[in-house]
Design a binder for this molecule. Structure first.
Ligand SMILES: *Cc1c(COP(=O)(O)O)cnc(C)c1O
Length: 450
């Protein structure tokens, strides 16, 4: 595919744009990163602390229902939550592999192991479906906020939801979370899947009675068709990954939950004990919500970086060009498919590139081959399996202190070696739990030269 004129102009500027055109790993530092207090008021015009707390309360209301229907949530009493694990052996392995020193402690936030959907999408996706179900049930006078939500499991509720359809466009994992939860509640479900979606995800959904519609094109097309199909049907609700505020809120709740886990581990986060987070990024919804939630709680003490495949740096481009969702990686000559299903989005969420424009610290890109190497490294050192896409997060701690741009960011933001010695870094593991045995085997044996 030919490089578009506007893209040529950016590439001619060199730097990160040149790296992207060359499919070379890079780090983009956000040129519009600002102190939190300067953007706080503006951000709250769009999403407030109260909005996020409201989402957390809604998840609390549904906890008895989730606990009843999904026994794997018993330990967290119906909250869909994941462990935060320190990964010292992996840290040592990355240091050896990259000949670098990673300051502070390194943790893995294991959303890869979230109940029900086995990916970070269990946060936003399930939250939005539950909210939709609640809106319908309250609207029909079937329940009030003060009732016990175990009622949602009753036959009359399932029959009621059977009159409605939920639809979504997905590269895989969002479809899984929306599909599994909606079908469980009794909704009719249609999942529009892009070409890169893995077969086992389609099979799993079909086994739950979900209608899976397949497209030859990438994710943007699946979303477009899904949105169109849903708009034609008044009883259909479309979960819109590119614009959805409920999805964003579901993800943002992760911050307060993780804060509690850090406190339980006796970890301090403040100006002298910085927190650095790395989140694999596709269209931007999940990492965008997580970033926003953490910035609201920890302000300038937290630094959030996204991690994208070299073939799909869509959020990076959306922000760095300030063209938001109007940008496409294809316009920069990137049109191969990535192994990192789940991150293969050509255009970013315009909502996220705008709301996080002054909050995100930067964005790393990573080649596909390295994802598999990190996946094996984590399995060998920590005996933890997470899917290849998720492993994009490890490029962060490996490289932040190596790139000149990274060093300049640390210096500019007062992250001195003394402070960094006290820091905590979190790699966000975004998927893995539902991957079938034979697919793990294939993943483990995939080696790509780079
Ligand atoms: C969806 C997903 C992401 C990123 O989420 P976006 O909202 O698309 O940015 C990261 N990792 C995995 C495994 C995912 O499924």
């Amino acid at each position: 595919m030919a490089v578009k004129e506007y893209a040529k102009e950016f590439i001619a500027k060199g730097g990160v744009f040149r790296d992207i055109a060359d499919q070379k790993e890079t780090l983009w530092i956000n040129d519009r990163y600002l102190p939190f207090d300067m953007v706080d008021a503006l951000c709250q015009l769009v999403v407030t602390d109260e909005d996020i707390e409201d989402a957390a309360r809604r998840l609390d209301r549904f906890a008895p229902y989730i606990r009843k229907c999904f026994p794997e949530t018993e330990e967290d009493r119906g909250l869909i939550e994941s462990p935060l694990a320190e990964i010292s052996a992996m840290k040592a392995a990355i240091e050896k592999d990259s000949s670098c020193v990673i300051p502070g402690r390194l943790f893995l936030k294991m959303d890869s192991h979230l109940p029900i959907a086995g990916s970070v999408k269990a946060r936003g996706g399930i939250y939005e479906v539950l909210k939709h179900a609640e809106d319908l049930a309250i609207g029909a006078g079937m329940i009030t906020e003060n009732d016990n939500y175990e009622r949602f499991a009753d036959d009359d509720f399932r029959e009621f939801f059977g009159r409605y359809t939920v639809q979504v466009g997905s590269t895989g994992n969002l479809g899984l979370s929306i599909g599994i939860m909606s079908a469980f509640l009794g909704f009719k479900v249609k999942v529009h899947m892009s070409a890169d979606a893995r077969q086992w995800k389609k099979d799993l959904l079909r086994s739950k009675g979900v209608e899976v519609i397949e497209y030859e094109d990438d994710y943007s097309k699946a979303v477009l068709e899904g949105r169109r199909d849903s708009d034609r049907d008044p009883s259909s609700y479309f979960v819109d990954d590119e614009y959805s505020v409920p999805l964003f809120l579901g993800y943002a709740v992760a911050a307060a939950r993780t804060k509690k886990q850090l406190e339980e581990k006796g970890v301090t986060v403040d100006a002298d004990h910085p927190l650095i987070i790395y989140v694999p990024c596709g269209v931007g919804g999940a990492p965008g919500g997580i970033c926003y939630g953490f910035k609201r709680l920890f302000k300038d003490s937290v630094h959030v970086f996204f991690c994208e495949p070299v073939l799909f740096p869509s959020v990076l481009l959306g922000m760095a060009t300030d063209m938001h969702n109007a940008v496409s990686v294809n316009d920069f000559g990137l049109c191969e498919m990535s192994e990192a299903d789940g991150l293969a989005c050509a255009s970013p969420s315009g909502f996220v590139t705008r709301i996080d424009r002054n909050l995100l610290s930067g964005d790393f890109t990573i080649v596909d081959g390295r994802l598999y190497d990190y996946m094996r490294m984590l399995k060998e050192t920590e005996d933890i399996l997470i899917e290849p896409s998720s492993c994009a997060a490890f490029i962060g701690p490996a490289r932040l202190h190596e790139y000149e741009a990274g060093k300049a960011y640390l210096h500019l933001n007062g992250l001195t070696p003394e402070k960094l010695a006290n820091c905590v870094q979190i790699c966000w593991a975004t998927g893995g739990r539902l991957v079938p045995e034979d697919i793990w085997e294939k993943y483990m044996n995939t080696h790509i030269e780079y």
